[in-house]
Write a protein that binds this ligand. Structure first.
Ligand code: NDP
Length: 398
């Protein structure tokens, strides 16, 4: 592998990119010289200015263009590329890493800009090419996917002989004080909420209507919250890698007020993406709505409350049934105080840094394209405790 080089190339200067840069700087002995590259140079500059004493260089790059990325990797002599741009850029960045024999890491699986469908197929297909280049591609090293995959692998390694069911439980109980705002891009947000749900049982995917399955879960340090079944990408790899699995589901919390606003906007046509005629001008309702809503990036300094993301696994150990809950709680205000980003970006950026650290240190040294749960969870879980994401394990009653 190419780890004798000592430059870390981070692509994407958004909310997650900011956290990755801050955390890599906190671990400068491992990450060495940092190059932060993104489409808009001024956003890289803002992040660099937050860390005036750090060894950071900035560059602009169009990550849709493989050749540009190849040139940048060669110019800065990158040992690893941490991709925290958008899921649309996964394949171009992976191809540049193959061409330059460089290790790769991302936090979200590939999505085509025009098709609301995400799957690992095209990334897994690059396994042979990464092996040929003797380089490693680590997929989905964020929180979910990422830490949640590690929780499953950790449960499998230490608590079970066989896991039969897994529920992934994602709660963001942050309050930004607005009646309605989205934590990230409203269009992507809507796509997630209005898509059909899907879970896996006895070898088959079962589709549900949007928000059809709801349960109330009592999240430690947060309290009981309505949680809705959604499809989420880590399930696609976990069904391949967790022994004896019979069912896996994913739940996310949404508040009553959020869903009511969303439904109302949908009913009156404000979520439309086709242009409409308004007083002689063409306007796209969704774009106009975006103009009215608070900029997601502005929510960071005013968000209070906690996130709690974890897994509940049920299965068999030494012939006896057991049920385990592994979860992590983060506080929006504490995250903002440390790295100028709220907990959603923080809980994604820290696992990205940890995955890259383990790769650079040679602790997770493999070639090919890998999902998180294919690697030993112990060093990752230990790093989570040290790097700002302490977790808990609870034995639950059956
Ligand atoms: P943002 O939209 O805040 O940032 C994305 C950054 O990527 C922006 O700086 C943007 O540039 C840059 N970018 C977009 N297109 C290109 C391009 N063609 N070339 C170069 N740079 C580009 O997103 P987030 O930081 O919130 O998310 C980053 C990634 O993290 C996403 O892939 C997201 O899906 C993933 N994620 C994963 C989670 C997990 O738990 N696994 C949770 C949350 C997010 P510009 O500034 O010019 O727009």
């Amino acid at each position: 592998m190419s780890n004798n080089k000592k430059t870390t190339l981070i692509i994407g200067a958004g909310g997650v990119g900011r956290v990755v840069v801050h955390k890599c700087v906190q671990n400068a002995d491992v990450f060495g010289h940092i190059v932060l590259a993104s489409r808009t140079l001024s956003r890289c500059e803002t992040i660099k200015n937050e860390l005036p004493d750090a060894d950071i260089e900035i560059a602009s790059v169009d990550a849709d263009n493989t050749q540009e990325i190849i040139e940048l990797i060669n110019k800065v002599n990158a040992a690893i590329v941490i991709n925290v741009a958008l899921p649309y850029q996964d394949l171009t960045i992976m191809d540049a890493c193959i061409a330059t024999k460089t290790d790769y890491l991302d936090t979200a699986n590939y999505e085509h800009p025009d098709v609301a469908k995400f799957e690992y197929k095209l990334q897994w297909e690059r396994d042979a090419a990464f092996k040929e280049a003797n380089s490693m591609a680590l997929l989905g090293s964020g929180f979910d996917p990422g830490a949640t995959n590690m929780f499953c692998a950790y449960a499998q390694k230490h608590y079970f002989d066989e896991i039969h069911t897994i529920d992934i439980l994602d709660c963001n109980a942050g309050d930004h004080g607005y009646a309605f705002a989205t934590n990230f891009n409203p269009e992507i947000n809507l796509r997630e909420v209005s898509s059909n749900g899907r879970y896996w049982e006895e070898g088959k995917w079962i589709e549900t209507k949007p928000m059809e399955i709801k349960m109330v879960w009592d999240y430690p340090e947060v309290g009981p919250k309505d949680s809705y079944l959604l499809y989420h990408e880590e399930m696609e790899s976990l069904v391949k890698h967790i022994k004896g699995l019979k069912r896996i589901r994913f739940f996310m919390t949404f508040g009553e007020s959020y869903l009511t606003h969303m439904k109302c906007l949908e009913n009156v046509g404000m979520l439309g993406i086709e242009p409409v005629e308004h007083q002689g001008q063409k306007i796209v309702p969704m774009e106009f709505l975006k103009t009215l809503l608070p900029d997601p990036a502005s929510l960071g300094p005013r968000t209070k409350g906690k996130t709690n993301i974890g897994i509940v696994a049920e299965g068999i150990k030494d012939g006896k049934k057991r049920k385990i809950y592994i979860y992590q709680v983060s506080d929006h205000e504490k995250c903002f105080a440390e790295v100028n980003s709220q907990a959603v970006s923080y809980t994604t950026g820290v696992p990205a840094m940890i995955g890259a650290k383990l790769m650079l240190e040679g602790i997770w040294k493999r070639s090919g394209v890998l999902n998180m749960e294919e690697l030993d969870p112990d060093p990752f879980m230990e790093e989570m405790n040290k790097q700002g994401l302490p977790w808990q394990v609870k034995e639950l009653e059956l």
